[in-house]
Design a protein. Structure first.
Lengths: 644, 125
């Protein structure tokens, strides 16, 4: 009870501080008042601190099973394992909004600490924008979706977490995805502040590069973890279904990926200023759009969304953000030109431009597929598109992006007048041809596979070639860490795409009913059904089928939770090797002891998870402890001389 | 600026063509049971409705027949494959497939509305 009052009080105090910081920071920016700008920043830190207090109180209420709070009652119960009780913090709508605000408050504070060096106006406007976004979340948290709502009668136990979510994935996937979304507000705020202040040089990019990378890494991890979780828990043999929930998480990632590349062009060559502003704004708008879609239920999805009062609030917030961004970009577009010299079509920056256009093209494809039900529903009969739409429309674009990944890093900046780069292209080209020949020898006839996989081999060859050059001098690795980190991330993506491609093109499935002792063979893997048994566990029972597979025994099962209306749940059994996963789902056991299974053989799925890990390792390798050098380099190359 | 707009327009045209050609072939109608009853649509559709209590499983749970209904209409559904975990009478499912001449809806895929972490039944005393 007392925790509820304290938490609500902390949120209200945070809202007052956030609103104060927003107003004061904008005023201080326009007046160029350094003292007031500093006060505005401190008010933001205070708001962040109050949100942290509220978060601590909510976590305390969860861990102490304080069922006087409606939120605690609705998302946990006494039988839920303690780690999942703690995860209830972001397990529900209200808590996830509080978590969003907490991430923005903490990372935003970190980004503001050293921001004064950007100049008073940028720093003050960035603090004001960040405080305004934070205040929006706090208004929703205080007025519409408070995690501290109290129940008039305290129940003896809570409702508990849905069994589908009682999984280790719940501990890591949601917080990583949400943090990836929330942290991208920081580049957005600094970009908009630079535009507002009329300082469109690269200083804001250097200042927020780290936060953009953090946001991108978190989004990447979140997507891969989401795929991993769906694959291990849901039991349909796949990891990506082009559901709206997945699509709205993919779109900001694509836009952020585009931005990370185009910002390099501005940092090294001083080009693409307007484009970079546009990309950062687009990525943030996609984050807000995704949050709105997930919480409003306007498109049909496999997920049931809580149709709650916060949908209209987020729609309003999205519209305000769109209008603000468009007006700001239009008002400042005149100052964003600069270079009149054209970009050479065959050059590093040319490749970046094309890659950016293609990535935004993929965003457009995914966006259209996601909102089609909404648009067609307004015009007449609602229509939906399935996976084949996304594969056919986005596939060709992704193939060209792969080709650019293979060729782009070998092209020189500023263009290749005499085309010396053709020699450099030889190794990736030869590798791709060898891969193509190998696939043809293996009698692969699928055209998409014959295009995609050789290109991936070319990408890998390009990255490995760069590392091979290192043997001429290891000190290059230290001096150009960003570069080598990026090649490692590219290599990771090549591994990941190989896994996606192989499991997509060559997945095999068989539905069978077996009596004890009978065998089934799928794609050369033989499984023997040995019988089934019933197991009683703490909060549920499991019907386990024993499948012999070589020396190992796979145990696909169906769990039944008596406490939740007898809901049953698949326990997938997976045997993983580097070459393929044998993935067994138990459909049911009949009275005579025979059992029905879906058996999948998914080639190279483990490469997807490995690729994700390599990508993140590459980002870490390239960026840990590199800050000072990066900022200096930028200052030297791009003088701040653009009129506002 | 003009130099930028040429590649941008080319890519935009390609993307537009890809979206148009891909969605033309694979966009399916998303209907309620009563809408399916009142429109005669040949080809694949998705039908959303609630599972009735007459669920009949065979082949150890790999084949199932049931009636899907909404407020006013109902339709028999036939499906072979692994059932979604939360499949049981009373839940909402989306069946993807086509209405056969026998009056039975033959589903290729069956999606159950998955409980999201954002939706729990509010606690009421």
């Amino acid at each position: 009870m007392i925790l509820g009052y304290l938490g609500a009080g902390a949120l209200l105090a945070a809202l007052v501080m956030g609103g104060f910081s927003a107003v004061l920071s904008f005023w201080a920016g326009s007046q160029e008042n350094a003292v007031m700008a500093q006060v505005g920043r401190r008010a933001f830190y205070a708001a962040a601190a109050m949100i942290a207090v509220a978060g601590g109180l909510l976590e305390w209420a969860l861990l102490s099973h304080d069922f006087s709070l409606a939120y605690v009652t609705e998302h946990t119960d006494l039988s839920t394992p303690i780690a999942l009780v703690a995860a209830g913090f972001y397990g529900g709508q209200e808590g996830s909004l509080l978590y969003w605000a907490l991430v923005l408050g903490v990372l935003g504070s970190v980004s503001l600490v050293a921001s004064a060096s950007l100049g008073l106006r940028i720093a003050a406007y960035a603090a004001g924008l960040m405080a305004a976004i934070l205040s929006f979340f706090l208004v929703v948290l205080v007025l519409v979706a408070s995690p501290f709502g109290l129940l008039s009668i305290i129940p003896p136990d809570g409702l508990g977490l849905n069994p589908v979510l009682r999984d280790g994935g719940m501990l890591i996937h949601p917080p990583v995805v949400l943090a990836g979304f929330a942290s991208f507000a920081i580049p957005f705020c600094f970009a908009s502040a630079a535009l507002l202040a009329g300082r469109p040089d690269s200083a804001w990019i250097a200042h927020t590069r780290r936060f953009a990378l953090i946001a991108w890494s978190l989004q990447t991890t979140g997507l891969v973890l989401g795929m991993w979780w769906a694959y291990h828990v849901l039991g349909w043999g796949g990891y990506w279904g082009w559901d709206p929930v997945e699509n709205v998480a993919l779109m900001p990632w694509l836009a952020t990926t585009a931005y990370l590349h185009s910002s390099m062009v501005q940092e090294t060559r001083g080009r693409l200023r307007a484009w970079n502003f546009g990309l950062v704004i687009l990525a943030f708008l996609l984050v807000v759009f995704g949050t709105f879609i997930v919480r409003s239920g306007v498109v049909p999805s496999v997920h049931t969304f809580a149709i709650s009062a916060i949908g209209p609030w987020f729609l309003g917030f999205l519209l305000v953000c769109i209008v603000f961004s468009v007006v700001l970009l239009a008002a400042r577009s005149s100052g964003l030109g600069g270079h009149t010299q054209p970009v050479a079509p065959v050059s590093r920056e040319g490749a970046f431009v094309l890659q950016n256009l293609l990535l935004i093209g993929v965003v457009a494809v995914v966006f259209w597929g996601t909102i089609l039900p909404l648009v067609s529903g307004m015009l007449g009969q609602q229509r939906v598109v399935g996976a084949s739409y996304f594969e056919r429309a986005a596939g060709p674009l992704l193939v060209v992006i792969l080709a650019l990944m293979a060729a782009g890093p070998l092209l020189p900046w500023r263009g290749a007048a005499r085309l010396p780069s053709l020699r450099a292209m030889m190794w990736p080209g030869v590798t791709a041809l060898v891969a193509l020949a190998a696939l043809l020898v293996a009698r692969v006839s699928s055209i998409p596979a014959l295009i995609t996989l050789p290109l991936v081999a070319g990408v890998a060859a390009t990255c490995l070639m760069q590392y091979a050059r290192l043997s001429q001098g290891w000190k290059n690795l230290r001096r150009r860490r960003r570069r080598y980190g990026a090649y490692l991330a590219h290599l990771g993506l090549a591994v990941l795409v190989t896994g996606i491609g192989a499991s997509h093109f060559w997945q095999q499935e068989k539905d069978v009913t077996l009596a004890p002792g009978e065998q089934v063979t799928v794609a050369g893997y033989t499984l023997t059904y040995a019988g089934s048994e019933q197991r009683q566990l703490a909060d549920h029972t499991e019907l386990v089928a024993l499948m012999r597979f070589g020396d190992a025994t796979l145990e696909p099962a169906r769990a039944t939770y008596a406490g939740l209306g007898g809901q049953s749940l698949t326990r997938v059994a997976i045997n993983t090797t580097p070459l393929a996963d044998v993935y067994v789902v138990l459909a049911g056991v009949t009275a005579d002891g025979s059992a029905s299974f879906s058996v999948f053989v998914n080639p190279l799925v483990s490469w997807i998870w490995a690729g994700g890990a390599i990508i993140i390792f590459g980002v870490l390798l390239g960026n840990l402890g590199e800050r000072a050098a990066a900022v200096e380099a930028v200052r030297r190359r791009v003088p701040a001389s653009v009129p506002g | 600026m003009i130099r930028w707009s040429i590649p941008a327009l080319v890519v935009a045209a390609c993307v537009g063509y890809l979206i148009y050609s891909a969605s033309g072939g694979s966009a399916e109608y998303y209907l309620t049971v009563s809408q399916l009853r009142s429109h005669a649509i040949s080809g694949d559709v998705r039908v959303a409705g609630v599972v009735e209590t007459d669920v009949q499983k065979s082949q150890g749970g790999l084949h199932v027949t049931f009636t899907e209904k909404d407020g006013t209409a109902s339709i028999p559904v036939d499906y072979t494959g692994t059932l979604p975990d939360i499949f049981r009478p009373g839940i909402t499912v989306v069946a993807e497939g086509r209405l056969g001449s026998d009056g039975v809806f033959h589903a290729r895929t069956l999606l159950a509305k998955c409980p999201s972490r954002f939706s729990t039944t509010p606690y009421t005393q």
